[in-house]
Ligand binder design. Structure first.
Ligand code: MTE
Ligand code: MO
Length: 417
């Protein structure tokens, strides 16, 4: 697993600005806030190159260039998608194999190409904002505006499906079975979407641009509600199976393969020493997961000694701490940050009349938060942050098990000297 990271925290210079911008999370009490401006410490849309990359493979497919990239069918011209039925049976669990009326294959020249996928996008394309988050990394990887075609529309190209209980999908893996990285959805998850929710889809544009090889292009699966392992890069193959088990590569690594994104706040790193009298700016991000976001809260722990350990998530002192409402950065000026030609009114998760997100942050999206602390006496401090979801659960609840996604309570330690 390779992890690379570029600019993680934007310069905090823009932070010490004017009055409180109106973004009270779902009507929560703003009076307890710091009373400081919540200028956005992160760009709302992460530039494609600034995502934190999680990629397997030797060589990593996105490092291929020239003819090797074309041979991998990872260029817009060479990209193809195969859709086939899996003959797998295993009585008594799986008695009949899946079947598909019109498979799409390379062998008979019917595999889907990029122009055909984009043509489909003209009539049934979707656009939405979604954060990418790895189940095993305690930090959002980046947030993009993704555009593409719902998986169900692509499956409909294949005519009648029978005995199909799961849809599996894989990306380019150097033609080496050992390197296969696969994920899956149930038939229902692929075909049906609750109103107002976001469908699984085949993405071919990120932030208004073609998807780069590093971000999984030319075509990548995006499963909006799930952690990154469901969003397979360099997509090449769908196979339809009657095996109902979730044999995702991540399941084999002890993760909950049906985990949803968790509502959780994350704390940015930053300087650990400030001069007395200097304002301390602590920033972070919050993801709105399955249970939505009501508010972010922070707790300033004071009077620490150098060798004091940070408070554990289960520490009663943390549970009963003096948690204060924390201001979120307001929604951005959509016209200024969306790619040319994209209107906020057409984004899923946004109100088609007002062009504003239906929730803040948008469903399976993220926003930034900022706390400004002034007049702190010399000493050692820790600033903790937690999210409270729309069912009233405070992080790390309701799902503290880390193999369903990382959401322990983060803190930043700093000294006033
Ligand atoms: N083909 C393929 N797709 C993949 C992976 C991979 O290794 N190979 N890694 C997955 C994991 S575990 C994560 S968290 C996300 C990371 O997406 P990013 O690199 O665009 O941030 O990609 C997913 N898609
Ligand atoms: Mo991941």
């Amino acid at each position: 697993m390779a992890l690379s990271r570029r600019s993680f925290l934007e310069a905090s210079a823009a932070l010490a600005t004017s009055a409180v911008v109106g973004s009270s999370a779902n009507g929560a009490d703003v009076s307890a806030a710091t009373g400081e401006a919540a200028a956005c410490p992160h760009p709302f849309l992460t530039p494609a190159d600034d995502f934190y990359t999680v990629a397997r493979g030797n060589p990593k497919p996105h490092t291929l260039t020239g003819q090797a990239l074309a041979d991998a069918r990872m260029t817009p011209e060479t990209w193809r998608l195969e859709i086939t039925a899996d003959p797998f049976v295993e009585p008594p669990h799986v008695r009949m194999p899946a079947s598909v009326q019109r498979p799409l294959t390379l062998a008979d020249g019917t595999a889907l190409d990029l122009p055909a996928l984009m043509e489909l996008g003209k009539t049934c394309g979707v656009k939405y904002v979604k954060v990418m988050q790895c189940l095993n990394i305690a930090e959002p990887l980046g947030q993009g505006l993704w555009e593409g075609v719902p998986l169900r529309e692509v499956l409909r190209l294949c005519g009648e499906l029978d005995n199909v209980r799961r849809i599996y999908y894989r990306g380019f893996h150097n033609h080496d079975p050992e390197q296969i990285f696969q994920s899956s959805l149930s038939y229902t998850q692929a075909m049906e979407t609750p109103p107002g929710e976001l469908p699984a889809f085949l993405a071919y544009r990120l932030n208004g641009e073609p998807i780069s090889p590093e971000r999984g292009g030319p075509v990548r699966m995006i499963v909006p509600w799930a952690h990154g392992f469901k969003s397979i890069k360099w997509l090449q193959q769908l196979f339809l199976t009657n095996d109902y088990r979730t044999n995702d590569t991540y399941a084999l690594q002890n993760n909950d393969p049906e985990s949803y994104l968790k509502t959780a706040a994350y704390v940015d790193t930053g300087p650990d020493r400030f001069a007395a009298g200097q304002a301390v700016v602590v920033t972070g991000r919050v993801i709105s997961g399955l249970s939505g976001l009501d508010r972010v809260e922070t707790f300033l722990r004071t009077g620490l000694k150098q060798d004091d350990a940070r408070l554990d998530d289960n520490d009663p002192a943390l549970r009963s701490a003096d948690w204060r409402f924390c201001e979120l950065a307001a929604p951005p000026d959509w016209k200024a940050i969306l790619p040319a030609g994209v209107s906020p009114n057409e984004l899923l998760g946004f109100d088609p009349d007002t062009g504003q997100p239906l929730t803040w942050p948008p469903r399976y999206g993220m926003a930034s938060w900022t706390v400004v602390l002034r007049d702190l006496k010399p000493g050692l401090y820790e600033l903790y942050a937690r999210a409270v979801d729309r069912n009233g659960y405070a992080q790390p609840e309701p799902r503290p098990t880390k193999k369903s996604g990382r959401n322990f309570i983060q803190c930043r330690r700093f000294e006033i000297a």
